[in-house]
Structures are given as structure tokens and as C-alpha cells.
Design a protein around this ligand. Structure first.
Ligand SMILES: [Ca+2]
Ligand SMILES: [Ca+2]
Ligand SMILES: [Ca+2]
Ligand SMILES: [Ca+2]
Length: 494
């Protein structure tokens, strides 16, 4: 259910919409793609493998937790049953060459009354014993992913950096959880020669051994690091999943319904300005093996997410496409239902012009630049938050689309504006980062959302009446006692 996307939302601000391509903004031209000397050999070829036989299509047991429990476990770093929130503050990702900020991550812990800004851990390379994987100025916290990688029952946090100003090598830092939460003293580095290693991260159990595994993208390849009991002592080596001229987004979830997570990859192989392509790499007892289903056009220009929106036990793939379709220049999402053989080739297109979705699609709305999945109304169907960070004269908007037996957005979708989340004034790109997690363990996923102009994370609690817009929790650097200016606070949320 985890998802991440390269900075498309940022692109709305730093580049003109018309000029935006599937290539991530601000990224250096990829260097020649010869594998680095220490790069492991490809161990997971992308050739097709026979599908594991599936004798039963019985969906997971009904109940509110069905669509949300796994997501909570993957982000519960102190094991108390409440989802926690990791807020990345990677520094300004501007072109300032003199920037020497290394970035930090703040983890705020959930509780009966939701997130408590005072219950927090600050993770900063070089501080409290947290190892440094980089030289200075490499945007630690640009990406993150949660999961219990060492299988001790506590979720762990993987943190990546955007080390585009560096020649590498890079490293992903895995900080281990425990009863007291994440500890900077308990961490390992997964190193790699490619300076962009870790710019995209997502987690899932791709070999079904009960340990979450970490998928990592560099510019030109997707890798997997299999979790294990012994990884604190000996960090596992990354194994190649796919090479491409540009990896644009990753997401993980059980699309094929065999209780083993699959890895969804969006990439551009030929023209980096095209709409991109997507593929689902099938998880199996032997790890990621082959591709489930065909490849999919136009998955490469927005966010990716996996969630079971129709409750049939198969994770469904949601792919945002914010720019490409001339018929709907405000952006759209594609829903591909999961099945034992992979995502359905047939796609359901949802935009602001779809029945039941508020507002009208307008050029540059960026509907689909960001996605989050969770069960907001506790009916057992995964719901989807869709960021439209160019909506309302660039102020931005978040759409909540509800899952149901018939799919997505059949019942009253809702739009949230910056003012609904306690932002006053002229903020930009509300919805640029999104997360749906159950911070107060009431069975309903709560919404965390940021803009690109305020160093504030707004948290809106879900209630029986829906997501509450009265008295949102606003988490700022001041409240958690960290540097705020130019911190990029909230640039990533996990
Ligand atoms: Ca917790
Ligand atoms: Ca753990
Ligand atoms: Ca595993
Ligand atoms: Ca489904």
C-alpha cells in the first residue's frame, strides 16, 4: 500500500506545466549506465515466469481493518498499534550549489488522541550516533518507507536522500524500531555506487517470508533489498529488478491475491517526454520473479498506489496521469483492478469530470500528481486521496475518493482546500505530499497533507462524519523543536 513518486508536485512549481516531462525535475542527466563495479548481478530477471497456481480466490476476512491493518503495522515504529508519521525535511531542493544541508526526519508517534508532536524522534545523520551515508548537502529525508525489515515485530524506517549534487556512492539508511520507537543508535546503511540510489523507496514483502523488503530506485534501475533477521549485523545486498532509462515511481501491494506483495514500477524507456509505462513485478516465495500481466501505457507521469478499492482481495493499481491526456488536461487517475494474473488491462479513468467527483477539470490542475491509500470510512474498502496541487490557482486541492464494491468514486467524493486543513493565506501546492494512516487506532485512516510553501504538516482526523476540518493538528518545526527555515519540512511523508 506504500507509494512514492519523484517530485512531480514540485514540478508544478518549478517548471511550467507545459514543459513538464516524465523526467523528474532537477535531476542530472543520467551518466552512462555501465553497472558499478560493486553492483550486484541481476538476480531477478524480468523474463516471464509461470504464475503460481491459485486454488482459492477467497478474499481476506471482512472487517474494517482489512484495508488498513497492514499499512498501520508497516508504520508502527514503537509497536503500540498506533500508526506513526515520518516527516522528511530534506532541505531545499533548489539549485543552490552552496547548500550544505543534509536534511533530517522527524517521527511523530500516534496515540489515542492522534499524533503527539511532543512524542517524537529526530533522525539526522551524524547526530545521536546515526551513521552518515553521504557527504554534506544531500537531502536526507527526500524519501522514506516503513516496514518491519528485520522481522522483530517493530516497524523500521528506511530513509533515502536525493544526492544529485554528489558523485556518490549513496546509501539508504535503515533505522530500526523498538518499544521506545526508532533509535538513531540502531541503524544500518545499504550502500550503492549510484549517487541516486534511494531517491525512490517503497516497502512490501516480496518473498512472503514475513519480513518486509525494500524496493529502491536509482535513475536507471529498480532494486530490491530483502529483509532478514540478521540484517542489523550484515546489511543485505541490493538485487536488480529492472533496468530502464528512467524509473519514475514505485508502489507495492498484493495485486495478484496470493498474500505476497508485488512491486509496481513506472518507467520511461524510450522518449523521456512520453507518458511512461508501467509493469507489475510478481512477488513469489523466490522473490520478485517476472512480470504479472502486460505493460501499461501512461503510468509514468504521476503517482502510483496499490489498494483494494473494491474489496475482492486483490490489490488494485491506481496510476496518476497529471498531464498527458489532451481530453482532460486537468489530470486523471487510472484504476486497474487486480487479479491472479496481474492488473486488468482494462482501465477505469477517473477525473474531476467523472460522475460523483466534485469540481470541473481545468488545465494545469495536476489531478493525480500525488496519491495516498487508506480506509477513511472504515467500511473495509480502500479509499484514495488524490492530490491536485495545481488546482484553485495553484493553491492546490485534495480529493477523497471512496472505494466500494463497484470500484472507486461511485459514492460522493469530496474536495478539500487549504483552508479546510488550517492553512491561511495564499499557500501553494496543497496536496503535494499526502499520507493516509490510522494515527488514533479508531479504524479510520487520518489524512496528513502538506503544501510546498509552508513548513507545516496538517493532520485531519477521520471520524464517523468523515475527515474533520475543524481543529486540524498542525505540526511545524517549531512544535517539534527542529530547524524550520529552508528545511523542506514535509517534503516527504511516510
Ligand atoms: Ca506507534
Ligand atoms: Ca523491526
Ligand atoms: Ca520478505
Ligand atoms: Ca481489488
Amino acid at each position: 500500500m506504500l507509494m512514492i513518486v519523484r517530485g512531480f508536485a514540485a514540478a508544478l512549481l518549478v517548471a511550467s506545466l507545459a514543459a513538464c516531462t516524465a523526467e523528474a525535475p532537477g535531476r542530472q542527466t543520467p551518466v552512462a549506465s555501465a553497472p558499478a563495479a560493486s553492483a550486484p548481478a541481476a538476480s531477478a530477471p524480468v523474463t516471464s515466469a509461470p504464475a503460481p497456481s491459485r486454488t482459492s480466490t477467497t478474499p481476506a476476512a471482512r472487517g474494517a481493518c482489512r484495508a488498513g491493518c497492514d499499512a498501520t503495522k508497516a508504520r508502527d515504529y514503537n509497536g503500540d498499534g498506533y500508526a506513526d508519521l515520518a516527516i522528511g525535511a530534506p532541505g531545499q531542493q533548489s539549485d543552490e550549489e552552496d547548500s550544505t544541508r543534509s536534511g533530517y526526519v522527524v517521527v511523530s508517534y500516534g496515540g489515542a488522541r492522534g499524533l503527539g508532536p511532543r512524542r517524537r524522534t529526530v533522525l539526522q545523520p551524524g547526530r545521536d550516533g546515526l551513521p552518515r551515508g553521504f557527504t554534506e548537502g544531500e537531502n536526507f529525508g527526500a524519501s522514506s518507507a516503513g516496514g518491519d525489515f528485520d522481522g522483530d515485530g517493530y516497524a523500521d524506517l528506511a530513509v533515502g536522500a536525493s544526492s544529485e549534487r554528489s558523485d556518490g556512492p549513496a546509501a539508504v539508511t535503515i533505522v530500526f524500531g523498538g518499544r521506545d520507537g526508532l533509535s538513531a543508535r540502531s541503524a544500518v546503511l545499504i550502500r550503492h555506487e549510484d549517487p541516486m540510489f534511494g531517491e525512490l523507496l517503497t516497502a512490501g514483502d516480496f518473498n512472503g517470508d514475513g519480513h518486509q523488503d525494500l524496493a529502491v530506485a536509482t535513475v536507471e534501475a529498480a532494486w530490491v533489498v530483502y529483509g532478514s533477521d540478521g540484517m542489523r549485523r550484515q546489511p543485505p545486498r541490493p538485487r536488480l529488478v529492472r533496468r530502464s532509462s528512467a524509473i519514475n515511481a514505485l508502489a507495492a501491494g498484493d495485486v495478484t491475491g496470493d498474500r505476497i506483495d508485488d512491486l509496481v514500477v513506472a518507467f520511461s524507456d524510450d522518449d523521456p517526454a512520453d507518458e511512461g509505462t508501467g509493469a507489475v513485478h510478481r512477488g513469489s516465495r523466490g522473490g520478485l520473479k517476472g512480470v504479472a500481466g502486460p505493460t501499461f501505457d501512461a503510468w509514468g507521469v504521476g503517482a502510483l498506489a496499490v489498494g483494494d478499492v473494491d474489496g475482492d482481495g486483490f490489490g488494485d493499481v491506481i496510476a496518476g496521469n497529471a498531464y498527458a491526456d489532451a481530453d482532460d488536461p486537468g489530470g486523471q487517475i487510472f484504476l486497474h483492478r487486480g487479479s491472479a494474473s496481474g492488473p486488468a488491462a482494462e482501465r477505469v479513468l477517473i477525473s474531476q469530470n467523472s460522475p460523483g467527483v466534485p469540481e470541473d477539470s481545468e488545465d494545469g490542475d495536476g489531478f493525480g500528481t500525488e496519491l495516498a491509500v487508506g480506509d477513511v470510512n472504515a467500511d473495509g474498502y480502500a479509499d484514495v486521496a488524490v492530490g491536485a496541487s495545481g488546482k484553485f490557482e495553484m493553491n492546490g486541492a485534495v480529493f477523497l475518493l471512496y472505494g466500494g464494491r463497484g470500484g472507486l468514486a461511485e459514492a460522493g467524493a469530496r474536495v478539500l482546500r487549504p483552508g479546510d486543513a488550517g492553512f491561511a493565506g495564499d499557500v501553494q501546492a496543497f496536496g503535494a505530499s499526502l499520507r493516509l494512516s490510522d494515527f488514533d487506532k479508531d479504524g479510520r485512516a487520518d489524512l496528513a497533507v502538506t503544501t510546498r510553501t509552508e513548513p507545516v504538516v496538517a493532520v485531519l482526523a477521520a471520524s464517523p462524519e468523515g475527515v474533520r476540518t475543524t481543529r486540524p493538528l498542525l505540526i511545524s518545526p517549531e512544535r517539534v523543536g527542529t530547524p524550520g527555515k529552508d528545511s523542506g519540512f514535509g517534503r516527504s511523508l511516510t
